[in-house]
Design a protein around this ligand. Structure first.
Ligand code: ZN
Length: 233
């Protein structure tokens, strides 16, 4: 089957709609989400509703938890804290209850999903280099584990010298961020994975960053949150 994997939508409706259009155009049997549906962006309600409508599986992100019940709010960077407080105010109890009930990890369609790292998902560890990743392979059972959190796409393999993703080898795949990419490319990220052949494609989707920045401004959030969308930093 063909999976579309999204992560870190961060209430960016313009980016998420563009990614969904890409998925609908290319085709996928299921869409799964590695968390952080809310935080940072201008449209938390619409993004929660659209994720619930379109995604077959969703795991909990640190911003989701902070918005749902305030846990870890003080650990977020200042602009993230400001947005999480606002989203806590905007979302009704039913939507916050749904966020609070998201699982820390899921094994589904033969792959593992976490937000940050398979070892102690709620420590929100940042997997940025192969060295950080090495011991993570002991903490999931499938060949593939998809994650997000750093907003920087990448693939980490359990063995050196592996140049194609293939069955029997193991990988941690950061699918990047839909709503706030930070690798210098402002286009939204979505990963496509074929569960039979192990083919993986990282797709980038252009969208209206001006529209998303406008929604952030209209919500009364800091200008910087909109400005960073234009550069992808
Ligand atoms: Zn995030």
């Amino acid at each position: 089957m063909r999976l579309a994997i999204v992560s870190d939508i961060h209430a960016n409706l313009q980016a998420f709609e563009a990614v969904l259009a890409d998925i609908d155009r290319k085709g996928a049997d299921a869409i799964v989400c590695c968390g952080d549906v809310v935080g940072y962006g201008g449209d938390p309600e619409a993004c929660v509703d659209l994720v619930r409508e379109r995604c077959a599986a969703v795991v909990l992100g640190n911003h989701d938890l902070a918005v749902a019940n305030g846990t870890g709010l003080r650990m977020l960077p200042p602009e993230g804290r400001e947005a999480a407080r606002l989203h806590r105010h905007i979302l009704n109890d039913e939507r916050k209850h749904w966020l609070a009930g998201l699982p820390d990890r899921l094994e589904i369609f033969g792959v593992t999903l976490v937000h940050a790292a398979p070892e102690e998902p709620r420590s929100w560890m940042r997997l940025e280099a192969a060295r950080d990743a090495a011991r993570q392979f002991d903490h999931f059972a499938t060949d593939l584990c998809f994650f997000g959190h750093t907003h920087i796409p990448g693939v980490m393999a359990d063995q050196l010298g592996v140049f194609s993703i293939r069955p029997g080898r193991r990988y941690l795949v950061n699918v990047g961020s839909v709503g706030q990419p930070r690798d210098g490319d402002p286009r939204a990220c979505v990963g496509y994975f074929e569960t039979e052949t192990f083919a993986y494609e990282m797709s980038r989707v252009a969208y209206s960053t001006a529209g998303a920045a406008g929604a952030i401004r209209a919500a009364g959030l800091s200008e910087g949150l909109g400005a960073r969308l234009h550069t992808g930093r």
